[in-house]
Design a protein around this ligand. Structure first.
Ligand SMILES: [Zn+2]
Length: 319
């Protein structure tokens, strides 16, 4: 109990943390029982790096997301970024399995989430298509939520309900297309966040180590930048693995050795290339989506060879 209150007081006493929009939410005592509580010193050292990340370092050449909030809480599980809330959630204490992860690996995971926050914010600024699709999804889901609130009322306002359902019907086909669009972009988004984690941590295998608690397991090897993922015949099988041959290429280029300044420039150039590549991939696939939107399920099986070879060719001149 003593340690627990010490943790809260450090977080609240540190003005700098609150100026960064970092909020600490203690979980219920039920969950805390499972937690590995940390000493004051450990908490301080765990959170100091957030200053560096927030002030940019490897992300300093991209636009800093406005009003991004970081919530630190006791919930077990993984870190995540929610674009609809603009919040990064970081666990302060870890389940038994993830306790095996070193502090460096945890920092890599946090850097990955910052990568997602920057990706989303900069895509909203620079890609009209992305913003258009994202706004349609938000609008559709807001109306859906309003409908569900009305339907759960004892006396439903039928007129209002029908109006909202009509609005939903009008948006339905654009919503389906927007969702497919964000689904294929997810492969690029995960790749970008992994690159941020690698150049930040100077470790090519950071996301592999993060995914699998021991290298003896093969899980997550596709996210290693030091392993060879053969381009010829590559099948992505998931958004996390779509660009693995490009990961191998970047490992060969030793991106983990880049100085902070070079890494910042590289991350910013890479982001511009990704926007351009997303447009090319979309145009290549567009006809097929129009014909049958379900074809998106083949994306990660059929197209990764072209997606990777185009990407590698564009990145090569950066070195
Ligand atoms: Zn991710």
């Amino acid at each position: 109990m003593k340690v627990f209150f010490a943790i809260i007081s450090i977080i609240f006493a540190t003005d700098a943390l609150s100026s960064l929009n970092i909020e600490y939410k203690p979980a219920s005592s039920e969950i805390r029982k499972e937690c590995h509580l940390l000493s004051e010193k450990q908490v301080q050292s765990k959170f100091m790096f957030l200053f560096e990340l927030f002030d940019g370092t490897v992300l300093s050449r991209l636009e800093k997301p406005l009003d991004l909030e970081v919530r630190v809480d006791d919930l077990l599980g993984t870190a995540q970024y929610s674009s609809s809330e603009n919040v990064i959630r970081l666990p302060i204490c870890f389940s038994k399995e993830s306790e095996r992860r070193s502090d460096d690996v945890m920092k890599g995971i946090y850097a990955h989430e910052y990568g997602h926050a920057y990706f989303h914010y900069n895509m909203m600024l620079k890609s009209k298509k992305y913003r258009f699709n994202y706004e349609i999804i938000q609008k559709f889901e807001t109306i859906e939520a309003e409908i569900s609130v009305l339907e759960n009322k004892e006396v439903a306002n039928l007129e209002e309900l029908n109006k909202l359902k009509a609005q939903l019907a009008v948006l339905a086909s654009s919503y389906a297309k927007a969702e497919l669009d964000l689904l294929f972009i997810k492969g690029y988004n995960e790749f970008f966040a992994d690159v941020v984690a690698v150049v930040y941590s100077h470790n090519l295998d950071i996301m592999w180590e993060a995914t699998s608690s021991s290298k003896k397991f093969s899980a997550g090897r596709e996210r290693s930048f030091s392993s060879f993922h053969k381009l010829d015949g590559w099948q992505g099988s998931s958004p996390y693995f779509l660009l693995s041959p490009t990961r191998s290429f970047l490992g060969k280029m030793r991106i983990h050795k880049l100085s902070t300044d070079h890494a910042a420039q590289f991350v910013s150039d890479l982001f511009d290339i990704i926007i351009e590549q997303i447009d090319i991939t979309r145009n290549t696939l567009l006809d097929q989506f129009e014909e049958d939107p379900n074809k998106i399920i083949y994306l990660y099986d059929v197209y990764p060879v072209n997606i990777n070879s185009r990407m590698i060719q564009r990145i090569m001149p950066l070195f």
